[in-house]
Write a protein that binds this ligand. Structure first.
Ligand code: ADP
Ligand code: MG
Length: 331
């Protein structure tokens, strides 16, 4: 069956632009891409209609939904980034690489690549954009907003998923973890998208259920812990163990190899912006800090979970009628 959005043959796609473009060399590039010999572009796409639930213009970059000519796979391309913002796209791809180390199969970041992408049927003809491209997750939408949602929002499958992802997001210093950045796949599996803000506040960030960063919605983890403290949901802390062990097992050298190109680009951009968001600007300091966080991850979470349990116990005491009386009478 031919899909409604099946790409037209390359010649046909290029014909309307043949006056303005060197379509010969473009066709050659596309042909080389299709045979795997072109190394300059990491994807050759035709645009798909933007899903109806998405608000166009909501994002800082241009987002395209696209289908790859080579194998019909579908992608979400974040492109048109300025030179200084390009490191964000490199970060998204590096985070994917980190999330796909052995033992981290519960961290479901879709395949993400960084590079140049050729889009054939733009409004004004074919164009090339650099940025990130992430495999499109066929989904039923994002997690609902916990503030307006059903009472059993934090059931065990969600809390297990969130506990594991919080460990990974703390490792990568990502706090853009509001509900919309978690998609519910058509098969019911959760997926973690949008890691572009990873490492932004590295070294100035805090592992806490109230820590939040400017301009983004509350991390869904914070809502989960607030519910937990109030006794409104259970959280199985053992769910974190496998992820902590898997991150601890990533060799320092692998972290360095994955992060070095991004860290260099990040250093240039932070210097150009005079950014003081993160405590670490130089690539070396930054990579050392990530390795240090890997090594302190277990201790960080032991400390954090103990605090969450203590807060819950205090909150239970406050709402217990006998303790309440003791507090009220000052005894
Ligand atoms: N891999 C993906 N699969 C399906 N939809 C996606 C994917 N990545 C992003 N989207 C959709 O695009 C929207 C914006 O993407 P996102 O990465 O969150 O960028 P930003 O929040 O910076 O605009 C998401 O809320 C989601 O609806
Ligand atoms: Mg987002």
């Amino acid at each position: 069956m031919v899909s409604a959005y099946a790409p037209a043959p390359v010649d046909e796609l290029l014909r309307p632009y043949s006056d303005e473009l060197d379509t010969g060399s473009l066709a050659q590039t596309i042909g080389d891409y299709l045979t795997g010999t072109e190394k300059g572009i990491q994807g050759c796409y035709t645009l798909l209609p933007t899903p109806s639930h998405m608000k166009v213009g909501e994002s800082a970059c241009d987002i395209y939904f696209a289908r790859d000519l080579k194998d019909d796979t579908e992608w979400v391309v974040k492109g048109s980034l300025s030179d200084q913002d390009r490191f964000l796209a490199m970060g998204e791809a590096a985070v994917y690489d980190l999330a796909h180390r052995p033992g981290l199969d519960d961290i479901t970041v879709p395949y993400t690549k960084y590079g140049n992408f050729l889009v054939l049927n733009g409004e004004d003809g074919p164009f090339c954009t650099s940025g990130s491209s992430q495999e499109f997750v066929k989904n039923r939408g994002a997690l609902p907003n916990p503030k307006w949602s059903e009472d059993d929002y934090f059931g065990k499958d969600r809390t297990d998923f969130l506990v594991r992802n919080q460990v990974f997001d703390w490792f990568i210093g990502n706090f853009d973890t509001h509900h919309k950045n978690f998609l519910v796949g058509r098969d019911g599996q959760y997926h973690a998208i949008d890691k572009g803000q990873a490492f932004r506040f590295y070294g100035k960030d805090e592992l806490s259920h109230t820590y939040d960063t400017p301009k983004v919605w509350t991390p869904v983890y914070n809502d989960m812990w607030t519910h937990y403290i109030e006794g409104a949901c259970e959280v199985d802390l053992d769910a974190a163990e496998k992820v902590i062990t898997a991150i601890e097992a990533i060799p320092d050298q692998e972290i360095e190899e994955i992060l070095r190109p991004y860290a260099l680009e990040r250093e240039k951009s932070l210097q150009a912006f005079n950014s003081t968001d993160s405590a670490f600007v130089s690539a070396d300091d930054f990579i050392d800090a990530v390795i240090e966080r890997k090594n302190s991850l277990r201790g960080d979470f032991e400390h954090f979970y103990t605090e969450m349990q203590q807060r819950r116990a205090e909150s239970e005491k406050r709402s217990d009628p006998v303790s309440r009386e003791l507090i009220d009478t000052g005894r």
